[in-house]
Design a protein around this ligand. Structure first.
Ligand code: GUN
Length: 293
């Protein structure tokens, strides 16, 4: 029976580290600031944003939410982003995804100053992740890497299988695992026989948003299973992308839903805000865009 990875506990450790780091930055006369842009009434986004704000408050990061109606135009969103780019009190900018239809996600993410891109979704920062030595990585995959480190999961030479290829999780997750010397397989909706791939994983990361997609037979005995998904089942229960009851007996380690990856995403957002505040203050120097990290 696999042990449960306690994401809440690791997130608490990271949050305490961040709180000390914030104190250090404040001692130099700057309070780290995060601006969150959320568009429309997507209920899960509103909940995530509330959690993010609460996290900031807990560690002393100044935060502001810019809630815009679903009817907003792309130009209006771009104007908000431009204003935040120019605001010296804002070190990190996050545009909560998904955006309502009609708004160009790519255009809006590209408009964020890469030096303030706390999610790491700007192509310059995604490129840094792809080169293997990012100054800043997207929050969820970075949180997964921290969990693997805390639980001393060997990555070098391990076969890591990532299910899902999103900008938010799958792609950067695969890049970070590759940078840590794993052999990486990425599965997605067009993959033939995903279960045959996952069954060969030493480390399995699932981020597709399909409730309980991964069944017991998909998982190798002794695998480390990281479940990034969170959905509500028809009975109203929160469930992940992994069928926990079937997979836990086969796994060596497994994240629960909730209480696994979710708290880590918030903790890493707080950490990334500090990284940006320090870099924007020139401590340590942020490499010029395009230079090797
Ligand atoms: N939507 C779901 N996860 C995330 C995230 O990490 N960042 C942003 N901006 N939107 C999200």
């Amino acid at each position: 029976m696999g042990d449960i990875i306690d994401g809440k506990a690791v997130a608490a450790t990271v949050t305490a580290e961040v709180a000390r780091r914030v104190e250090g930055i404040v001692a130099q006369g700057v309070r780290p600031g995060l601006a969150v842009v959320v568009v429309g009434d997507h209920e899960p986004s509103r909940i995530y944003v509330r959690h993010k704000m609460r996290g900031c408050e807990r560690v002393g990061i100044r935060s502001a939410v810019h809630a815009l109606p679903a009817s907003v135009t792309q130009e209006e969103v771009l104007a908000v982003v431009e204003r935040l780019n120019a605001d010296p009190e804002v070190h990190g900018i996050l545009v909560q995804l998904p955006l309502p239809p009609g708004l160009g996600t790519r255009t809006i993410l590209h408009a964020i100053d890469p030096h303030k891109d706390v999610d790491g979704f700007h192509p310059v920062n995604m490129g840094q992740v792809a080169t293997g030595r990012p100054p800043l990585a997207p929050c969820t995959p970075k949180g997964v890497m921290r969990l693997l480190r805390e639980y001393e999961v060997p990555i070098r030479g391990a076969h890591a299988v990532v299910v899902g290829r999103s900008r938010v999780v799958g792609r950067p997750m695969a890049a970070l695992l590759l940078a840590a010397d794993a052999t990486v397989t990425i599965c997605h909706r067009h993959t033939d026989d995903t279960a045959a791939h996952t069954a060969r994983a030493d480390i399995l990361v699932v981020a597709v948003g399909v409730p309980e997609l991964v069944r017991g037979s998909w998982v190798r005995e002794g695998a480390v299973v990281i479940d990034v998904g969170i959905s509500r089942s028809s009975s109203g229960r929160l469930v992940g992308d992994v069928c926990f009851a079937e997979v836990q007996p086969r796994a060596r380690l497994i994240t629960p839903v909730p209480g696994g990856v979710g708290p880590m995403t918030i903790a890493m957002l707080l950490e990334n805000t500090c990284v940006l505040a320090e870099r924007l203050r020139g401590l340590p120097p942020w490499p010029p865009l395009g230079s090797p990290a």
